[in-house]
Each structure stands twice: as C-alpha cells, then as structure tokens.
Design a protein. Structure first.
Length: 362
C-alpha cells in the first residue's frame, strides 16, 4: 500500500529543506516564496532495526524496508482558498495525501525572510488552518446542496448524510480543533470520500535553529497541537540536511557529538507512520526479507492480500512467529526446532513485528 504525507506550511519555513534531508533529492530550497510550484515526490524507507536484525540471520539476496511517500507542497498564503499564491492548485495537492507534516518556523533569522514580516507560530498555523477550513466549507456546501433535495423527499440515507454534513460544517466553520477525532467510527468512514483537508491527521514539525532552544515559540506550537490532539516534533531542518549528507562513521561521529543516537528525521518518518495507524509484518526467506505495511488491527487474510490478492483469495493458514522469538532462537530452523512457529487462521489479528509465511491455494 502506498502511503503519502504532504509537507505543508507557509512559504519559506523550511519545507523543501526538510524534504531534501529526507530524500536527498537535492531540489531547490531558496530564500523566496513559492520556490516550489510543482510538487516534489520522494519515497522514504521507514527505519526499523528489526528488519536489519532479521536479515543478518537470514542472509537474503535482497532487503526491502517499508516505505512512505513524501510530497513537498508549495507554501500556502492567506487567501489561498480564493486562489491567492496559486492556492487552489496547492490545496488540491494536499487533498491527495493521507496526512500532513505542517512545518512551522520557530526561529528568528534576519537573513531569512518571513512571508508575514515576523516569526509568529500561532499566526502562521492559524493562516494555514483557516485556508484549509475555507476550502472545506466550499466542499461541504456542495455536498449539502447535492443531498438536500433527496433528504427532503424522504430518502433515509440522504437524511443521514445531510445531518452529518451539517454537523461537520458547523464544526469546521466554528474553527473547532480536532473535530475529526471526535467522530464515531462509522461517521469517519462516511466522510472519507469527502477528502476534507481539516480531517487529515497532522504532525506539527517545529523547525528550530541550531543556536538556541526557541523554547517560547516551540511551547506555542505544542499548546496548539495539544488542543487539536495532534503530534509535535522538534527538529532543526538545516542541521538534519547536513546530517543527511554524511555517511557511515562520519554521520555516527557527528550524531554522537550532538548527543543523538539517530537523525531526527527517523523520528519524523516513524511518527508519520504511527500517525496513520500503520504497523509492519515481515516475510523472510533466502531471496528476500521484507517489511510490509498494514493498518493496525489487520487480520491474517488481509495481511496476505497486501502481498498479492491471490494470497487473500486462496488463504489457508498463516505460519507466524514474533520477531523477538525468531531473533532469540537464532533463525528459522532453530525456531522450528523449538516449536515456536504457530499456525493461525484468517481471523488472526497480525501483531506488529510478526514474521509470517502464508499458505494459500488458488
């Protein structure tokens, strides 16, 4: 399954620098608004030390990590929902992604201009959220107009849709933070096809400076995130870009000097993965060790289907072992000798880190 996260925010807050660091794509990241017009798309591996440990024991020909797609979306400005700054084009790009990394500038630097003339995270976030809300209101008004006639004619499904659309519209119009998280499961499924911008899960990425903690500005971002039920990550985009250029021992030494065990970007990638309610299971054999992305709570037959639809259609059984047990046993042969592999049916709920072999017949 292809999962995508859009990197959004005002112009000149560090979106392209973050994208460059994550993908090493080397795209333009200049000090002027709308440097990014066409979206840049990169595929990024999800860091998972378990995959490396499994591969060390198996010795496969190929190792394939789970991955996510990141989209560098041009900066939005006030009036974007009315077309300002090519806003309609950029908002359309946001509709296509599954989640948002909202980059917020939390540092002052006279050498780097700010589109509003001053660094103010609260105002910056409000501008973006307002534009997303205004765009959603336009969509919701069209939905309401479309179903109202059927609802007035007594169509029960249309009445239900109209009630939900009006309730969502009121929440969006009132600027309620985190309204989507309060929907019931069936309601969340009901609005999925509407592709609302304000319903997308968000991680606020506070872009800090190298010299100072920027604690006051960061605290403001964290307060907004708590109110919305969103996540906050603090990184220095410029420093992460420097780390991304290093390899092997040089990178490890640089991280050690900074008191870090891994790049901050690894946290960003894993957090985006978790934000979307994803987990991994592994397949392991001499040809390939691979991590597969599935929604948390997926059953064995659905997990098999993520590999190939035939696996789900002809599912018989799954041979399963927890990654920890596999590693502690010393590999597949030793785990089988110890009786650690078990057979599970199609309704078994796959756990994060399970290693699975699927039996099927088509």
């Amino acid at each position: 399954m292809t999962i995508s996260c859009g990197i959004a925010g005002l112009p000149n807050v560090g979106k392209s620098t973050l994208f460059n660091a994550m993908t090493k794509a080397g795209i333009a990241a200049e000090n002027f608004p709308f440097c990014t017009i066409d979206p840049n798309i990169g595929q990024v591996s999800v860091p998972d030390p378990r995959l490396d440990s499994i591969a060390e024991l198996v010795g496969p020909e190929k190792i394939v990590p789970a991955s996510m797609q990141f989209v560098d979306i041009a900066g939005l400005v006030a009036g974007a929902s009315q077309g300002e700054g090519l806003g309609n084009q950029f908002l359309a790009r946001i509709r296509e992604v599954d989640a948002l990394l909202h980059v917020v500038r939390c540092f002052a630097d006279d050498k780097i201009s700010h589109v509003s003339g001053e660094v103010n995270p609260v105002s910056d976030i409000e501008i973006i959220n307002t534009e997303l809300a205004l765009a959603d209101l336009e969509v919701l008004d069209k939905i309401i107009d479309r179903v109202r006639r059927k609802a007035n004619a007594g169509d029960r499904e249309a009445k239900s849709t109209l009630e939900l659309a009006n309730r969502v519209r009121n929440a969006v119009a009132a600027g309620e933070r985190g309204w989507a998280a309060r929907l019931k499961r069936e309601e969340a499924l009901g609005i999925k096809g509407w592709n609302l911008l304000t319903a997308k899960p968000v991680i606020y990425v506070a872009n800090l400076s190298e010299q100072e903690s920027d604690s006051e500005l960061l605290t403001e971002v964290q307060a907004i995130a708590r109110e919305e039920g969103a996540m906050t990550l603090e990184i220095c985009n410029r420093m992460e870009a420097e780390i991304a250029e290093l390899d092997g021992d040089d990178r490890d030494e640089f991280l050690a000097d900074l008191g870090m065990t891994e790049p901050g970007l690894a946290r960003v990638i894993r957090s985006a993965y978790q934000l979307l309610g994803l987990q991994v299971f592994f397949t392991a054999g001499p040809k390939e060790v691979r991590a597969w992305s599935i929604p948390t709570g997926s059953v064995a037959s659905a997990a098999a289907g993520s590999i190939h639809t035939d696996f789900e259609r002809g599912f018989i059984r799954a041979e399963v072992i927890a990654c920890r047990e596999f590693l502690e046993a010393g590999g597949e042969v030793q785990a089988r000798a110890a009786g650690l592999w078990r057979l599970e049916g199609k309704d078994y709920v796959v756990q994060d880190g399970d290693i699975c072999h699927f039996r099927f017949n088509v």
